[in-house]
Design a protein around this ligand. Structure first.
Ligand code: THU
Length: 135
């Protein structure tokens, strides 16, 4: 699975976003080390705080399916489904990544130029609190 293919799946996952409050449609596509892909979208809620991001939807789908070893995630998002720039993972999603992903995990953030920027997990969440600290 190429980075471009993973980004295309993230963009497709934006279509299922449930975002009646913000209008921001977000999609994610997570590649496991076993070469499976789990997609996710953001799912909002009238009470706002139960909203879940696309990245966590994808990660939780994978974990609930027995997968815990991940290589990379692609993320795409924008107002009304239009990608005008990078839509990077929020802090809560980064913390969820810290639970399952090592420092070499890659985050492909789709941008408005029909391309993506690749980030390393250690770059987007340095000095993370993770399972190593409570073992
Ligand atoms: N959102 C994501 O899906 N991923 C992120 O990492 C950032 C934010 C969603 C949550 C909410 O539905 C909308 O984007 C606006 O914040």
């Amino acid at each position: 699975m190429s980075n471009e293919e993973l980004c295309a799946l993230a963009k497709m996952a934006m279509e299922n976003a449930y975002a009646p409050y913000s209008g921001y449609r977000v999609g994610a596509a997570l590649l496991t080390k076993s070469e499976k892909v789990y997609t996710g979208c953001n799912i909002e809620n009238a009470s706002y705080s139960p909203t879940v991001c696309a990245e966590r939807t994808a990660i939780f789908k994978a974990v609930s399916d027995g997968e815990r070893d991940f290589l990379k995630i692609a993320v795409a998002g924008g107002k009304d489904g239009k990608i005008t720039g990078e839509f990077p993972p929020c802090g809560v999603c980064r913390q969820v990544m810290a639970e399952f992903c090592d420092e070499n995990f890659k985050i492909l953030v789709v941008n408005g130029n029909n391309a993506y920027t690749e980030y390393c997990f250690s770059e987007i969440l340095p000095f993370s609190f993770n399972p190593k600290h409570i073992k």
